[in-house]
Every structure is written in structure tokens, then in C-alpha cells.
Design a protein around this ligand. Sequence first.
Ligand code: NCD
Length: 293
Amino acid sequence: MRGMEKKQVEDILKLASKFEKGGASNTLKGKILATLFFEPSTRTRFSFESAMKRLGGTCVGFSSIEGTSVKKGETLIDTVNIMSGYSDCIVIRHSKEGAAKLASEHSSVPIVNAGDGSHDHPTQTLLDLYTIKKSLKNFNGLRVGICGDLRYGRTGRPLSIALSNYDTEISFISPPQLSMDKSTVKYIRDNGTNVKEVLKIEDVIRELDVLYMTRIQRERFPTEEEYLKFSGHYIVNKELMNLAKKNMILMHPLPRVNEISVEVDSDPRAKYFEQSRNGVPTRMAVLYTAMKK
Ligand code: NCD
């Protein structure tokens, strides 16, 4: 997200809105999307595939390395090089930070980052922004709380970077051991955004316009014991929602484990299911932008 300009982001959001209303359905007819998922995914992979099909294109790819030559020891670079010969665009998710960037240096077709380790998940950020815009109309003036595993998670970082291009205030809510990296905090402060770092949701919830919850990233902890120290650390329930503004929106990239109680799902401020549905028009906009002539 650091390299993405405000204008590029806004163009994608506008296009997503057009696609959501049913615009330009066969524009990628004859094009092939390759989805290379080295890490598990439900929403991201299926919404990309659905987006591609809605634009009239088709998909090839894998959802785990079982059944591919990666199992035989093929490198990421070789896999990408080969797959770029079979497709017009590649969507890649990988456990290593920088994998998508590396892939883009060895591909003859556009690469879309669908998550690289703990680092970035830019299309998630785009659909998050799309969701915020749909609900609250404007980014300027918003107070946004981003809560949970800000260290190993890859959704809070790019979202805060994107929001720092607007007149927003960001509260990072995490235990000190899972806090946002200093380089990102500095980047968004240098971009003119007011940043707070707090330990508890209760410290800021009354003032927030958006509360963005994230999952404690079990798979990225060095040991299960370490993970268990933080599992269940933050839980949004009805009681907590009672403290929030009437028009605050509650978001989560999903999957949730226990960060949001099921009892909150029926609260009109709970936007996470709509947020996941917004993945389709947003990714249609990304794919269209990557593959249009
Ligand atoms: C996120 C991811 O993969 O980083 N999921 C998603 O794409 N919606 C969040 C997560 O796994 O916690």
C-alpha cells in the first residue's frame, strides 16, 4: 500500500462501485487468471475467482502446494515464471514477506498480492476502504481503531497506511508484544496522521467511527504457548458495543476466531459480512485495472 497513490485507490473504489451496480460484465472475456495460493484462503481466493468469472474470464491455479511441482522443490521464481506463460494475470498468496514483489520481478504478466506473510494485503485494504466509504461516505474526519494482532497480522498495516492519506485519526489497540511496527507508525505520523497506541478497546471505543478487529495470527507465532497468551485477549460483545457510537461500524477481515461474539452479528453496525461480499466488486476493479488493454 505504501506505493499506491490516493488517486489510484480512488479510481479502483469508483470502478468497484460501478461493477457492484452491474457495469461491464464481459470485459475480460478470453483472459485467464492464475491463482497461486501457497497459504490457506477462503474469501480472498473465491472472491478473486468469482470476480474474474463475473468479468467473463476464467481461472486456473492451486489452493495448496499439494499436487504441484512446489512439492518437488520447485522455487517460487520458477513457478511464477511458468505460470505467467499460462495466464494474463497472477494472484499470489505466500507466507514469506516480499513474495509478491519477488514474483513481479520474474513474471511477464501483472502480479496481484493476495497476502505476503505478515507484511501486506492490499486488496483487503481496498475492500476495507470500499466498505468504509459505502457506510460512512467519507474518509476525512474519521477516527479509526485497529485492534488485535497488529504485529503478525497483515491487514491492519496497509489499512492504516491507506487511511493516513486522509485526515483521519488512528488508534492502534494491542498488547505491547503485538503492537504495530515502529516503521509503520512513523510512516503514518510523517504523513500527518494522529496516532494513538492503547491497550484496551474501552480506552477509545466511545470516540471511534470504525472499529476494525483482527485475528490473533496463530500460525505466525513461534510457539503455541506464545499464541495462547494472547488468544481471547480482545472480544467484542454486546456490552462493549453499548459503549460505541450509534453509527460506528464494526469491521473484521475474517476469519474470526473469538474476537467478535456471535451475539453482535445482528447489530446493524456489524459490517463484516457485507465487507467480505465487497471483496467481489473490489477485486473485479483490481483485475480489470490489471488486465484491461
Ligand atoms: C486475512 C488474511 O489472510 O490476512 N484474511 C483475509 O484475507 N480475509 C485475515 C486473517 O487471516 O486473519
